[in-house]
Each structure stands twice: as C-alpha cells, then as structure tokens.
Write a protein that binds this ligand. Structure first.
Ligand SMILES: NC(=O)c1ccc[n+]([C@@H]2O[C@H](COP(=O)([O-])OP(=O)(O)OC[C@H]3O[C@@H](n4cnc5c(N)ncnc54)[C@H](O)[C@@H]3O)[C@@H](O)[C@H]2O)c1
Ligand SMILES: [Zn+2]
Length: 364
C-alpha cells in the first residue's frame, strides 16, 4: 500500500447547507480510512450489510473506540424502504447520536442510498461518508448526493439531496463482489465515459481485459475517470435540470426492462447495457453516431456480459416505458450519442421507436 497522498477529486457542494465532497481514490485506502473519513465530533455511526463485511472490518479496525453504533443493514432492494430508515434511527438515537457525529456507509448503492437518507433525516442532517463496495456504487450511486428509498408506487420516490463529505474509492473494497455484479457495475463506469469522455472511453476499451481481470491500476483509471465525469456533470447541475440528465444514458429502456423483470431477472447494470444497446440504434438514425463508434461500444458491452435475455414483448414493455418520469404525450426524452464521448438529450422520442429498438437489440 502506497503511503503517498492519494489522488482526489473535489466536488463542490454549491449552496448551503450542501457540503463539498472529497472523493479519494486509491487501492488500499480502506486500511487507512481514518485519515479520510469526516466527522465533526470524531465519532461515527457505521452502517453496512453482511455482504460487505470484509470491507467493513478493514474500516472498523481504523475507527476503534470511535464507533457509537455499528448497524447491520439488510440491503436487498425490497428492504430499501422508510422502515429501514426507522430502524437505523432507532439504533442511532438509542446510542445517543449527536448533531456533530457522522455516518459511514459501507456497501453497494442500496446501502449508500439508505444510509445517506438516514443521515439527511437524523437530527435534521448529520455529515456522512460513503465507502462503496460495488463497482456500480463506485462509478455512480455513491457520488452526486442523491439519497433515497423506494415506495410501493415506485423506485427512489422518497429521498433527499444530501452529499457525503467524503467518498473512498478503493477497488479492493469490491474484492469479494461476485463476478456478475462486478461486471454489471462496470457498465455504469463505461456509460460515464461514453457520454462525456472520448479519451477515457478509448483507453478503458483498450484496457478491458485487465479491467475485467480486476487489475488495480486499470480499474482505478476507469473508476477515477467515471467519478470525474459524474462529479463534473453533477457540479454543473446539482439538482438535475439539464446536463445531469445525460447520466441517464441507457436508463430509459433500462429501467423499463428492469421493472418488467420485477427487479430480479436483470441486475441494474445489465438492464442499462441492454438500454444502451437500443439507444445506439436510435442514435445512429437520429444523431449520426458513426457505425464504428456504435460497434466499439457494443463490443465492450458484449465483453462485460453475458446478460440474461430481457423482456422484449412490446405489449409488456410499453406501460413500463410510458410511466417514465420523462414521458410526455409526444414520447420520452432520450439520451443519445453523437459520438462515443458526446451525448445529448433529444426530447420526445416516440415509445414505438424504443419498442422497435428493443425488439432487435443485440450485442453481436
Ligand atoms: N443515488 C444515486 O445516485 C444512485 C445511482 C445509481 C444507483 N443507485 C441505487 O443503487 C442501487 C444499486 O446499487 P448496486 O449496484 O451497488 O447494488 P446493491 O447495493 O444492490 O449491491 C449488489 C449486491 O452486491 C452485494 N455486495 C455489496 N458489496 C459487496 C462486496 N464487497 N462483496 C460481496 N457482495 C457485495 C449486495 O449485498 C448486493 O447483493 C439501486 O437501489 C439504485 O437505485 C443510486
Ligand atoms: Zn444506473
């Protein structure tokens, strides 16, 4: 483990009370986590699921004597509810949590969404820190300040913007992650490159074998690049009016495929991979995306698969598509590519166009 100052990215918080986020990047950061985690009082409430135990143990060792509560979270998507927030509040309040204590969330995106919202609500807002342990959370969920839980009426319908003070991006935190989740999460990292960083997209595609083999240097380059893209987009549009929508590349159809599979059939990243595949077709037609760029992206996605076959039946998919938050009478706003590394939003693409693309999408 290098003892040098690790690389970091500053994501400015904008207006009060939204704080700055410092994203630290490096292999082995977990073993000196105490240097990077922020707590005004020096005391922490640790929240983590059993699956992230090995990463959490490394952090616990560094916070000995400073944990006022150590809370095990059930991180199934079906448990991402307000009652999980209630459970965390019960534990933290009975442990005597104070305004100047901080939360540290160690786990995947479900954990950071739930623990971040708990931090936003407890005593009207505690500082919190994210230690993502999935590639998906490293590339996406832990960065940007959105926290939330699901409601029976839909995913992520209850939430708050509450940016963490520090994010520790340590690829070794994902060392116990099963390969399928590992590769699915990488789809989100490549997504960041494809919407905004052609050079990163090129370098990461060239390093794909090393990335999939979990070689630390190659992984850090991709994850740091993705974090930089997300940080830059979020800081230019903290509340999702304009540019932040680009991050939804692949998600319009992706969310519909995920929902049609009842969130069990496809991993989120796998649904996004299919969604990107369909968006490439529409981008070819509407935005002049060069064939060679589309082929290159499909090739990377193919290598991150295989993915379970999604629902393609338009009669099943259509209702899930048209209930998208971005749907209007004329169609659904689509994030499309002009080139690998350059995305734009096209308003009102008819649902039929998505359904046609879904019927034929393929990674071949
Ligand atoms: N807030 C945001 O901006 C944002 C962005 C993207 C996604 N999300 C949310 O994130 C969630 C998805 O996150 P995810 O992809 O990280 O999935 P996840 O949190 O569901 O984790 C995936 C699986 O990996 C397990 N796991 C986590 N870390 C592990 C480790 N180190 N070793 C072994 N197993 C481990 C988990 O228990 C789970 O079974 C969704 O709820 C989504 O809504 C939020
Ligand atoms: Zn996503």
């Amino acid at each position: 483990v290098s003892r040098e100052e690790p690389e970091s990215i500053l994501l400015p918080g904008g207006s009060e009370p939204s704080p700055d986020t410092r994203i630290w990047i490096g292999a082995g950061l977990l073993d000196r986590a105490d240097r990077f985690l922020v707590s005004p009082s020096g005391r922490f409430v640790l929240i983590s699921p059993p699956s992230a135990a090995s990463a959490a143990d490394r952090v616990r060792r560094r916070l000995e004597g400073r944990l006022i509560a150590d809370i095990a979270l059930d991180d199934r998507e079906s448990s991402k509810t307000l009652s999980a927030i209630g459970g965390i509040a019960d534990r933290a309040l009975s442990a005597g949590v104070r305004r100047d204590d901080a939360v540290v969330a160690i786990g995947g995106g479900v954990t950071s969404d739930v623990a971040g919202l708990a931090a936003a609500l407890l005593l009207r807002g505690l500082a919190w820190n994210a230690v993502p342990t999935t590639t998906g959370a490293m590339a996406d969920a832990a960065i940007g300040g959105k926290t939330g839980v699901d409601h029976p009426a839909g995913k992520n319908l209850l939430g708050a913007f509450h940016p963490p003070r520090a994010v520790l991006l340590d690829p070794t935190a994902a060392s116990t992650l099963p390969d399928r989740d590992f590769r699915a999460g990488l789809v989100e990292a490549f997504k960041a490159a494809w919407i905004a960083d052609a050079d990163l997209a090129r370098r990461a595609a060239a390093a794909l074998e090393r990335i999939v083999a979990r070689e630390e240097g190659a992984l850090i380059e991709l994850l740091a690049g993705a974090a930089r893209v997300k940080a830059s987009i979020v800081s230019s549009d903290p509340r999702e009016g304009g540019r932040r929508r680009l991050l939804n590349f692949g998600h319009t159809l992706g969310h519909a495929l995920e929902a049609a599979g009842e969130y069990r059939h496809l991993r989120h990243g796998e649904a996004v991979a299919w969604g990107i595949c369909a968006a490439l077709e529409i981008s070819r037609r509407r935005c002049g995306l060069p064939r060679s760029d589309a082929d290159g992206i499909r090739e990377v996605l193919r290598r991150l698969g295989p993915y379970p076959e999604p629902v393609r039946d338009p009669r099943v998919l259509e209702p899930f598509l048209t209930r998208d938050k971005k749907a209007t009478a004329g169609g659904i706003a689509a994030v499309l590519l002009e080139a690998a590394g350059r995305a734009r939003v096209v308003e009102a693409v008819p649902a039929a166009e998505w359904l046609d693309a879904a019927a034929i999408m393929s990674f071949k």
